[in-house]
Design a protein around this ligand. Structure first.
Ligand code: CMP
Length: 140
């Protein structure tokens, strides 16, 4: 099967605890290659736009303030079946439900401060990659 791409965010709870390298190591060990990476301070507008599908959810405002509370690392990951591979190594959204060996089991603090985001489909991966990266910034 050909390599595909997905989008990942290392969230503020992880950057605050200096876990960027530790999280990336787990992604790499899962067979994913970082083909673009940038550390940014997300603006309120960016966070609201990125998480637009969750606008009506009760946790939306808290999610936006959390995602703008410190630096994040936005990444494009490449690998065989990248979306699923990434979601498998991330683990369940709620760390209480996350399996052993996953990033969220190892590092997440709560359902909100859950250390990583990953696209949930190939379609959304493309939308999310395009939200943060120009094609020439991705070098596979
Ligand atoms: P993420 O994959 O970044 O997409 C939406 C995020 O909302 C999700 O991860 C969670 O971190 C966050 N979130 C906060 N509260 C909740 C909740 N009650 N249910 C689901 N997601 C939540």
């Amino acid at each position: 099967m050909a390599a595909t791409r997905t989008f990942s965010i290392i969230k503020p709870d992880a950057t605050r605890r200096n876990l960027t390298g530790a999280v990336t190591k787990m992604l790499e060990e899962a067979g994913l290659r970082v083909v673009a990476s940038r550390r940014i301070q997300m603006t309120k507008d960016q966070a609201e736009g990125f998480y637009g599908v969750h606008r009506e959810r009760p946790f939306f405002n808290d999610l936006v303030s959390f995602m703008t509370s410190g630096p994040v690392v936005v990444q494009v990951l490449e690998g065989e079946d990248a979306v699923k591979r990434n979601r498998d190594v991330m683990g369940a959204t709620n760390p209480a439900d996350a399996a052993e060996g996953t990033i969220r089991k190892a590092f997440a603090e709560s359902i909100e401060a859950n250390s990583v985001h990953g696209s949930d489909s190939d379609e959304n991966a493309k939308i999310e990659i395009d939200f943060f990266f120009k094609p020439e910034e991705i070098v596979g």
